[in-house]
Unconditional design. Structure first.
Length: 144
């Protein structure tokens, strides 16, 4: 399980959507609570990753540790990324943010079937020079 998660981290750190999608089950669900997003299926996951990397073109994640109960895997580490553009309703300061990250995975047919990606939106916004409240209003207006 960890080998799959680590391979996904490497593919995402290269912003290689095609390589990332190869590691995902056709019923893959990607949830990012900080942004209130949920992507179901390979096409939606490919679109979500493409959109994410357009907003964070230097995304890099390093997994420092993991724990498993034999069915699910939780990883933790550090994510580094620079918020760009105005996708979040504000123009960021172009500084690279560094945040702790926690990722929950489940698997099916030897592929990743579920990923829940946790990070602190307030810390990202503070380091990116944008208002957390304004970003939340913009992001959750898109969701609702």
């Amino acid at each position: 399980m960890f080998e799959l998660a680590e391979a996904l981290a490497v593919a995402k750190s290269r912003r290689d959507v095609a390589a990332a999608v190869l590691l995902l089950h056709h019923d893959m669900v990607l949830e990012t609570p900080a942004f209130g997003t949920l992507a179901r299926g390979l096409a939606a996951n490919e679109e979500a990753l493409t959109r994410f990397f357009a907003s964070f073109p230097d995304y890099e994640v390093v997994l420092d540790g993991h724990a498993s109960n034999g069915e699910e895997l939780v990883c933790w580490g550090t994510v580094r990324m620079t918020m760009t553009g105005d996708r979040f309703g504000m123009v960021p300061n172009s500084r690279r943010a560094e945040l702790p990250v926690f990722i929950q995975f489940s698997f099916k047919d030897d592929l990743i079937a579920f990923e829940r990606f946790f990070f602190d939106l307030s810390a990202l916004c503070a380091q990116s020079g944008v208002s957390t409240d304004a970003v939340r209003r913009h992001v959750f207006a898109d969701v609702g």
